[in-house]
Design a protein around this ligand. Sequence first.
Ligand code: SUG
Length: 449
Amino acid sequence: MKAYEVNFDGLVGPTHNYGGLSYGNVASQSNSHQGSNPREAARQGLAKMKALADLGFKQGVLAPQERPDVAALRQLGFAGTDAQVIQRAAREAMPLLVASCSASSMWVANAATVSPSADTADGRVHFTAANLNCKYHRSIEHPTTSRVLAAMFGDEAHFSHHPALPSVAQFGDEGAANHTRFCRDYGQAGVEFFVYGRSAFDSRYPAPQKYPARQTLEASQAVVRLHGLSADAVVYAQQNPAVIDQGVFHNDVIAVGNGEVLFYHEDAFLDTEAVLTELRAKLAAKGGELQAICVPRATVSVEDAVRSYLFNSQLLSRNDGSMLLVVPEECRNNERVWTYLQQLTSLGTAVREVQVFDLKQSMQNGGGPACLRLRVALNETELAAVNQGVIMSAPLYETLLQWVDRHYRDRLVDADLADPLLLQECRTALDELTQILKLGSVYPFQRQP
Ligand code: SUG
C-alpha cells in the first residue's frame, strides 16, 4: 500500500511574542521583549504550508493553544475573574504572565514523538505527547496537545495515544525534535533514531556545562517501550554536549534525516562513527542504504549552523526519489552557509534542490522550518482515517488566511499581554478555528461546565 510522510504544521497562535523564555536557545534570548507581529507570523507559516501543498507534498495543520493560559495562572495562586487573574499576574509576576501567553505550541516538532505503524508491535501509529518539562512555558502544552492530537487522529483502530511521560527533569522529553526515522519507503519498517542530551540515572554520560540538556536517554527509552519498537529498529545517540553549550538545544538544530538520508554537522553527536555504523547496519537489515551527508566544521561552524538554522530544514522526498531541502531565509543571509548550499545540490546526493522561506517571526524565537512541523508517516488507509478537517487544501488555506486577518493583531508588546481583551480575542478566534478544522471542544474554555 502506498504511504506518505504528512507534515502537520503548527499554526502560530494570536499571542505570539518574544518572551525571552528559553535559556539555552540563542534566538529566544537575543530577541527577548522585542515587539512581535502575530499576524505576520501566522501568515508566514501558512505560506510555507500552502507552498509545500502546492508542490504535491501531503500537508496538514495543527491548531494553536488557548493563551493566556488562565488555568495555569490559577494553579499558581492568582484568583478572581479571568480578567483579575491576568491583571494580578501582570502586576505581581509579569514573567509568569508572559510564560502563560507564549505561543510556543507552534513548534509542533516538540508536540510529540510519532512512530509509524510499520515499526510498532501492534501495527498502529503511536503518539507520545512530549512533557517539555525543561521550560515552564512549554510544560503547560501537553494536556491540550494530547486533546488536539486525539481530535485529529481519533480512530483507535489505527492510532494509539500515550500521555506525556512523568513531568520531572529525569524524563525530560522534547518530542520529535530529537527523533528521526530512516526507511527505504515510508510504508516499510524503518529505523528510529533517538538523540538524547544526557542520562538522568547514569553519571558516566557526559553532560553540557552551561546550557540544559533537555532530552534524557531514559525518556527516549520509555517512548521506545510505549511504542512497542523492537531493538533491531532503534538507535540511540548522545548529542555532543559541547554543541548544546553553543545553543543547540534540540538535535533538529544540528541534524535532519529523511528516507535513507542523514544530513548532519560534523560536531552533532558523540562518537559519530559508532552511531553511523549502527545506523547503517540496522537500516541495511531493513533493506535500506544510509546516505550520510556530513557538513564539516571547517565549512560551516556550529555558530553559523545555530545562526542560520541550516539543519533546521525540511528534507522532503519527491516522487522521482530526489529530495528538496526547505531552509529559512537566514541561510541565504549567511555567506558561508549559502555558498555551501549552492554546492550541496551538485554533490551527487539525493538533495537536488533548495527552497528558501521567510519565517522570521518564528525564527526570532529559535523556531525554523523543521520546528514548525510534526511528521507523521501514514499509509493510504491511515491517511483516510485522519480528521480531514486538518488537511491543507486551497480552500482551507484561504479560510485560515481570512481567519488570521480577522482575529490577529499585527503588533504585540509585553504590556498588551495584560489586556484582558486579548484573552477574549483569542478565545473567539480559537472557537471559530475548532469549527473550521472540525476539532470539537479541545480548549479549556470550551470545556468549562
Ligand atoms: O522550545 N522557543 C522554542 C523553540 C522550539 C524550537 N523547536 C525545535 N527546535 N524543534 C523553545 O526553546 C521561545 C519562547 C520565547 O522566548 O518567547 C521558545 O519557546
